[in-house]
Design a protein around this ligand. Structure first.
Ligand SMILES: [Zn+2]
Length: 235
């Protein structure tokens, strides 16, 4: 009996020591687009904000299973205005809130989740965007796009864009459009947790490939821009 107790005691102490020796996971911010009164794009009763949030939670689970630390800009159907003092439009405060959160926690990367729409209903497939001129963001986008292309019939290329959240964050940042809500097949998939989990695994694989090539330590800010003029761009 005494031996068993001693053994369990040692196991417990060993567990605590081991837990303290293990580094914290690399920190990633997931940003489910829109929320609250901002539904984003839609098709019938399906709102983009709900798909984004659902995927945000699925991606969080996938990343946490792989020892990442995850912070979400929103975890429910609300916007992200609470970090920003009143004044200005709700839309601007929402975007500023997301940027502010990323600035505070300084993650290894930011993954913003959105859904596409086009009047040509034949258009489909996930597309990953990065901020024009951002080298690390481009690499991250290309690596995630490569993995998403393994799942989908339509082969896409990562695209440069000029989005507020990407432009104003000092971390490798991408915006993933999961598919076109205007395309019946894409729409069916974005309501299917199994499909979303496959996409989340693809995003994780792309992120992993990116982080292998970078030296982002757990929670260490490594990607501050050197050019202050660039980071001071207007919204
Ligand atoms: Zn959107």
């Amino acid at each position: 009996m005494v031996t068993i107790c001693l053994g369990l005691g040692w196991l417990a102490i060993f567990g605590i020591v081991l837990a303290n020796l293990l580094p914290d996971g690399k920190l990633v911010v997931i940003d489910p687009g829109h929320g609250g009164i901002d539904g984003g794009t839609s098709s019938g009763a399906i709102l983009e904000k709900d798909v984004n949030l659902r995927m945000g939670h699925i991606l969080r689970k996938v990343l946490e299973r792989h020892q990442y630390q995850v912070i979400m800009t929103r975890t429910d159907d609300s916007d992200v205005t609470e970090f920003v003092p009143p004044g200005g439009s709700r839309y601007q405060r929402d975007l500023k809130g997301r940027v502010k959160l990323v600035g505070r926690v300084q993650p290894c990367s930011l993954i913003s989740i959105h859904v596409n729409w086009h009047r040509d209903t034949w258009r489909r497939g996930a597309i990953v965007y990065y901020q024009e001129g951002e080298i690390s963001g481009r690499l991250l986008a290309e690596l995630i796009q490569k993995e998403l292309n393994l799942l989908q019939e339509t082969q896409r290329q990562a695209r440069s864009a000029n989005f507020y959240v990407l432009r104003n964050t000092n971390t490798p940042a991408v915006l993933v459009e999961l598919g076109f809500i205007s395309n019946p097949d894409d729409q069916k998939r974005m309501l299917d947790d199994i499909w979303l989990t496959r996409q989340a695994e693809a995003i994780r694989a792309g992120l992993e490939a990116f982080l292998k090539q970078s030296d982002c330590l757990p929670q260490a800010p490594k990607y501050r821009r050197q050019d202050p003029a660039k980071s001071a761009g207007s919204p």
